[in-house]
Design a protein around this ligand. Structure first.
Ligand code: ATR
Length: 278
């Protein structure tokens, strides 16, 4: 039997755990598919997607730095993809390119289901206003927290992101504000690092008093990239969590879009953590 073809496209992509995750999802749900990784030259993205479609590709995940371009080449984009202005999932069907963004729902699922913390009514701080933050703000609002502050080094980027999401915030009854990194009105129940500061060796960009005792401090990265933030959180009485669960949950949502089946993501997250920790 020929297997349906999927892949992840990025640059670099050699580190990607997505082929492992999707292979395990396919095994556990009895789906016949092949999923590989493709490192795409920086100026070849649209061409590479077209070539993959011609090869018979059914869909692909998109990672750094192509998420913005992916949103632009789509013929149809989901509501959450439009809000994010970036896409991590493309589906090819009947000559159309359908774009979606499952990063945010992946984050919310990891916090609510895997870590067991419902976000409804809580006070959240989202640090950063780049592509990573844009991908998650809509689904965070959908979860119905009481308040979200978006804090960024460059205030106008936070203000733009907040303005774009204000209608959704009003609909969800969530107070949504843009801030600089200083003078934040804490403390917060959950703080989410959507900057890559740990990876670059930079200090955590907010003061520790933003943390409520026992707050969840979530870094959207995992591995060495998340360590600085996780150590800081631990040292200040917060509960650190890395982004490995978000990675698995965004993949589970993509798998659901492509195959119509929700894989057992909690089991796969536990297995992946064991593989990584060796
Ligand atoms: P990504 O797609 O990963 O979000 P990005 O769009 O380049 O990448 O955004 C990076 C984010 O990290 C931005 O919010 C950036 O702040 P600026 O908008 O002011 O550039 C933030 N960031 C990067 N390095 C930082 C640092 N040393 N301190 C604070 N924020 C930093």
């Amino acid at each position: 039997m020929t297997k349906d073809l999927y892949c992840v496209m990025g640059h670099p992509v050699s580190h990607s755990r997505s082929p492992w995750i999707h292979a395990r999802f396919a095994e556990l749900t009895g789906q016949q598919l092949h999923y590989d990784k493709r490192e795409i030259p920086l100026d070849h993205f649209a061409r590479s997607v077209q070539a993959f479609i011609e090869e018979g590709g059914r869909g692909c995940n998109i990672t750094v730095p192509f998420k913005f371009e992916a949103a632009k080449i789509a013929t149809h984009t989901s509501t959450r993809g439009l809000l994010a202005q970036a896409s991590n999932v493309l589906t090819f069907k009947d000559g159309q390119i359908l774009a979606d963004n499952t990063d945010g729902i992946g984050l919310v699922d990891d916090i609510e289901r895997n870590a067991g913390l419902p976000l409804k009514g809580l006070r959240l701080l989202l640090i950063g206003a780049g592509g990573a933050a844009a991908g998650v703000l809509g689904p965070l609002l959908q979860a119905g927290p009481a308040h979200i502050s978006v804090a960024n080094r460059t205030l106008h980027k936070a203000s733009e992101l907040v303005a774009r999401h204000q209608p959704l915030a009003e609909q969800r009854n969530t107070a949504l504000e843009a801030h600089t990194l200083h003078g934040l009105n804490g403390p917060f129940d959950v703080i989410i690092n959507a900057t890559a500061t740990s990876l670059s060796g930079a200090a955590v960009p907010v003061a520790a008093h933003v943390l409520k005792p026992g707050a969840m401090a979530y870094d959207m990265m995992y591995g060495p990239g998340a360590q600085g933030f996780m150590d800081w959180a631990q040292a200040h009485g917060a509960v650190p969590r890395d982004g490995l669960g978000m990675l698995v949950e965004q993949a589970a949502e993509a798998f659901l879009i492509w195959r119509g089946v929700r894989p057992p993501s909690g089991q796969v997250l536990a297995e992946l953590r064991a593989v990584i920790q060796g």
